[in-house]
Design a binder for this molecule. Structure first.
Ligand code: ARG
Length: 605
């Protein structure tokens, strides 16, 4: 297996990939080589420290390695900086270097490669930065539980997971998005027994279990109070596990009813390509896994249970319960094994709340111990996230203290987005179709963006007022910015075809004005940002980047005329084509970023 993977890695590397250059990565590589050449003994421990410069006088990028390296080699930092610069190959990116302050290396870029990269972007579209190899990725996200409320935690998983899956597709990986729904376990006994009692002719007529929550509550009440019912519920679990056709049919009906609810939410949020593969899928595989772990000597008895102690973990996994049944742990062990072997995945991503961190740590460690997971070959990530809080900073609840239904939440978003657009008089400007599209883009875009723009590891406060603010780092602001930027070419009477022709020849020809240069560099940072995202899967850095891009664009647009008009007649007298192309490149980068975030744009709003 390892041999096979190595071969496919080599093959992927050999293929010429159409990728965007990451300036940061390219400069880092040059610097790494220079440090190695200057200080061969110390270089191994050095990680290149390179940031884009905050101020123009510091050049375009700044490297700060000389300071820490100086201690290791016992020399003056400026001396070390000079030695690195001496070995630095200019390549085609670097125009000049300068040693500043205590030992910073300021690097200025050449204009030409930046111009060329932007022209490539205009002609070939926004491409991803290089990746080490093409991977088969499985993203496990959303994963609500059948018959139970799909709550805001699942909404977070859905929003973040969809975005992670989009990112992986953008990078060129092959992605399988799995909805690991909770569709198995003892609670199904009680649901099935209740269904059979309430709707005896359920096999021929569709039972009205539209309100599954109520149905779940009813059956729970009976389960807790009626001993006879309880026994029937247990019997139903056993008959379901035996695949008795009656119980299986009842189980399917219950799952279908839930599925319709989930699907409505996914449809509204534009979540596509999410394949449902719930816990039930792993039934037979769990038996196999238990046998394998047993014969590998990984399981130990503990008060009637069989547990496994994953290396480095303080809490064991419960693999077999005392009644012989399986658990959530068992199903995830079966799932990880199936994903690594049957699916040949080499990157597994689980988008599940931070509260399950210990569970996944245990699963990953156990998979390694069992010899299924080789970290040198396959990457695994638990992409955790904090809880959603209300504006009172307490757990997000309705006024009456119930959990918030997602449908109600989305409806409120639509309502508030409508009000916001009306407040700006947009209802009078736009056609009814345009207004509806804008309303949906704003509502769902805001909910997603508010979630994605915060560091996912923290809890976040859900506030419609904040997310619908059109000043500041919000989806409304970005959507407005995007429509404005992408309409500039139209104002200059240039069609997309004409733009493309211009991009091919002559393309962007100069970046003389400091604000043009600043915007151009900002746009190329997209590759750096995506590169970092690939490592840490922290989507808020992409949001920050898009917001910054919109701000840098505004600086450029305020300082540089794109179109010059006659003051009196309003007639276009001069079009500065290279600047229009710069606007177009900005729109393309913003669109690519918003696409990764799963945020739909509109032409007019
Ligand atoms: N259904 C679970 C829950 O609601 C989430 C499942 C996450 N995925 C997994 N492979 N365990 O908490």
């Amino acid at each position: 297996r390892v041999q096979q993977l190595k071969m496919s890695i080599a093959k992927e590397r050999a293929k010429p990939l159409d990728r965007m250059i990451s300036v940061q990565a390219a400069l880092s590589a040059h610097l790494q080589a220079a440090i190695r050449a200057a200080y061969p003994e110390a270089a191994a421990a050095v990680k290149v420290q390179l940031t884009s410069s905050a101020k123009e006088e510091f050049g375009d990028y700044q490297c700060s390695n000389a300071m820490s390296l100086a201690k290791a080699v016992k020399l003056q930092p400026r001396q070390v900086a000079a030695a690195i610069v001496d070995k630095l190959e200019a390549g085609d990116l670097i125009e000049k270097t300068e040693i500043a302050g205590p030992g910073f290396i300021n690097i200025s870029l050449r204009r030409q490669p930046v111009i060329e990269e932007l022209n490539r972007l205009l002609v070939h579209g926004v491409r991803p930065p290089p990746v080490d190899r093409k991977r088969r990725v499985i993203v496990d996200y959303s994963s609500p539980n059948i018959a139970k409320q799909m709550h805001v935690g699942h909404l977070r998983s859905t929003i973040i997971g969809d975005s992670v899956a989009r990112l992986c597709r953008f990078l060129g990986h092959e992605v399988l998005a799995l909805n690991h729904v909770g569709d198995w376990g003892t609670q199904f006994g009680m649901l099935i027994a209740h269904l059979k009692d309430r709707f005896p002719d359920y096999a021929t007529k569709c039972p009205p279990i539209g309100d599954l929550q109520a149905f779940y509550k009813e059956s729970k009440v009976r389960f807790d109070s009626d001993e006879q019912f309880k026994q029937r519920a247990y019997a139903a679990v056993v008959s379901l596990q035996r695949r008795d056709p009656d119980s299986t049919a009842a189980w399917k009906l219950i799952c279908d009813a839930s599925r319709k609810d989930f699907q409505r939410v996914y449809g509204r949020l534009g979540v596509e390509n999410l394949v449902e593969r719930g816990e039930s899928f792993y039934q037979d595989l769990m038996t196999e896994v238990v046998d394998e772990l047993k014969s590998g000597g990984h399981l130990v008895p503990d008060e009637g249970r069989l547990i496994m102690w994953p290396p480095g973990c303080d809490i064991p996994l419960t693999v077999v319960k005392s009644d012989g049944g399986f658990t959530y742990d068992t199903s995830d062990l079966a799932a990880i094994r199936q994903r690594l072997f049957a699916e040949s995945a080499d990157w597994l991503i689980y988008v599940v709340d931070i509260g399950q961190g210990v569970h996944f740590k245990g699963i990953f460690s156990a998979a390694e111990k069992a010899g299924w997971l080789n970290p040198a070959v396959a990457r695994v990530d638990h992409v955790g996230f904090g809880v959603v809080l209300g504006e009172d900073r307490k757990k997000f609840k309705t006024r009456s203290g119930d959990t918030v239904r997602l449908t109600d939440l989305l409806n409120e978003g639509i309502e508030r987005a409508g009000a916001k657009l009306a407040e700006k008089g947009r209802d009078k400007e736009l056609t009814p179709q345009e207004l509806k599209a804008a309303q949906e883009a704003v509502a769902y875009g805001c909910i997603k963006y508010a979630d994605l723009s915060h560091n996912r590891n923290n809890d976040y406060v859900f506030s419609f007022d904040k997310m619908l603010d059109d000043r500041g780092n919000t989806a409304v602001y970005l959507l407005y910015a995007y429509t404005r930027i992408s309409s500039i070419a139209r104002t200059a009477n240039l069609s997309p075809d004409q733009l493309l022709k211009l991009a091919k020849s002559p393309g962007i020809t100069e970046l003389q004005h400091p604000k043009e240069w600043k915007l151009a560099k900002q746009l190329l940072r997209f590759a750096d940002v995506v590169d970092k995202l690939t490592q840490d899967l922290l989507l808020h850095s992409l949001c920050d980047f898009l917001y910054e891009t919109a701000c840098v664009f505004t600086e450029f647009y305020d300082a540089c005329y794109c179109i010059e008009k006659n003051r009196d007649s309003g007639e276009v007298i001069r079009v500065n084509h290279w600047r229009i192309l710069l606007c177009d490149a900005t729109a393309k980068i913003m669109k690519a970023g918003l696409d990764i975030l799963g945020i739909r744009t509109v032409d007019r709003m």
